[in-house]
Design a protein around this ligand. Structure first.
Ligand SMILES: Nc1ncnc2c1ncn2[C@@H]1O[C@H](COP(=O)(O)OP(=O)(O)OP(=O)(O)O)[C@@H](O)[C@H]1O
Length: 328
């Protein structure tokens, strides 16, 4: 069950033909390869982060997974279904939340949107009631059911959208920027809920976000896409190696001393008896600490892990560099 592929992409591509006005009567045709030969598998019950810079191809991928867009090439299956051919059948098995848009009816009270979903998805009455009660309680929406959607705060609306996406018990949930613009408390509520949904119900989750804390707190696996290509697929921790990141050793000495010499570590900052040494993340901290302890009067020390945001920014920069070099 654990490795049953629920989402399967084999060499999936999406090319857009874009026409641009370049003069009075002149138009230029340009092809945009939004998704470029992407292959991956997501097992049932996995929670995967799908990240990349603006315009990388994330939304295009999600739109193909829901059947809104048809791939230009390759093979794509969700729960064994070809999404663009059987969009309606698939709709009963998936849930989608777009952080920047709402699927709720703007002028209606929240509960009326849910009643409409009840009918649209033909959810059996008992199941609808049970799911509604559970979700409303978990997402703390009880007081807000009679409030028109346009009067809800962004965080309340987002929680409302998540309930709407889950009323029909989908097996997979696609989330596009679910915490965008939310305050710290609302973010925590949404993340706690998603974690619970994934562990308790085994719902497969594909999460697109610019907030790396979403990924750090929720996903054991992350896929990084840039210029339509999959650049990395693996555990979050592995990104550090790919991004050649550095850890920092903070050392407190007995007294002020000249910068410590302990290659490949290098001193990046000195403040009185405290020194900061950067060293490659893949190197053993224990070996470095032992070497320093043998040669210097050590009082205290701590190791700081690299900042994931910095690692990914570095990856993007390196990719952009390679692309530039390939063009010139
Ligand atoms: N309908 C469309 N017609 C033409 N080009 C499109 C269309 N949709 C997307 N694109 C282009 O495809 C590329 C990928 O866009 P996409 O929206 O998938 O990126 P994204 O990773 O979701 O970005 P963001 O983080 O900004 O939402 C971009 O260059 C975009 O301009």
């Amino acid at each position: 069950m654990a490795d049953e592929a629920f989402i399967e992409l084999d060499g999936v591509e999406k090319v857009f033909d874009v026409r641009r006005k370049t003069g009075f009567l002149k138009r230029e045709r340009r092809r945009v390869r939004a998704v470029d030969a992407i292959s991956f598998r997501v097992a049932r019950g996995e929670m995967v982060g799908y990240i990349g810079p603006n315009g990388a191809g994330k939304s295009t991928t999600i739109k193909m997974l829901t059947g809104i867009l048809t791939p230009s090439g390759g093979r794509l299956r969700v729960a064994g279904i070809d999404p663009s051919r059987e969009r309606t059948r698939l709709a009963h098995r998936i849930g989608v939340v777009f952080g920047q848009r709402t699927t709720l009816w703007w002028d209606l009270p929240l509960i009326d949107s849910y009643k409409l979903m009840h009918r649209m998805y033909r959810i059996p009455d008992a199941r609808y009631r049970e799911n509604l009660d559970r979700l409303v309680e978990l997402l703390d929406l009880g007081e807000l059911l009679d409030v028109p959607v346009r009067q809800l705060s962004l965080g309340q609306r987002m929680r409302g959208d998540i309930v709407a996406a889950l009323l029909h018990d989908p097996e997979v949930l696609y989330l596009d920027e679910p915490t965008i613009g939310l305050d710290v408390i609302s973010k925590a509520k949404v993340r706690d809920f998603l974690r619970e949904l994934n562990t308790e119900r085994g719902t497969t989750v594909l999460l697109t976000t610019h907030d790396l804390q979403d990924i750090e707190q929720l996903c054991s696996r992350v896929m990084v896409i840039d210029h339509g290509r999959l650049m990395y697929d693996g555990p979050l921790a592995g990104l550090h190696e790919v991004g050649e990141s550095e850890r920092t050793l903070v050392v407190d000495l007995e007294r002020e001393l000249p910068p410590i010499e302990a290659a490949p570590a290098r001193v990046v900052k000195v403040e009185g008896p405290r020194q900061w040494l950067a060293f490659p993340a893949a190197e053993s901290a224990a070996v470095l600490v032992a070497r320093i302890a043998a040669e210097y009067p050590l009082v205290d020390l701590s190791v700081r892990e690299p900042d994931i945001e910095a690692v990914i920014a570095k990856m993007y920069a390196e990719q952009a560099d390679r692309t530039e070099r390939a063009i010139s």
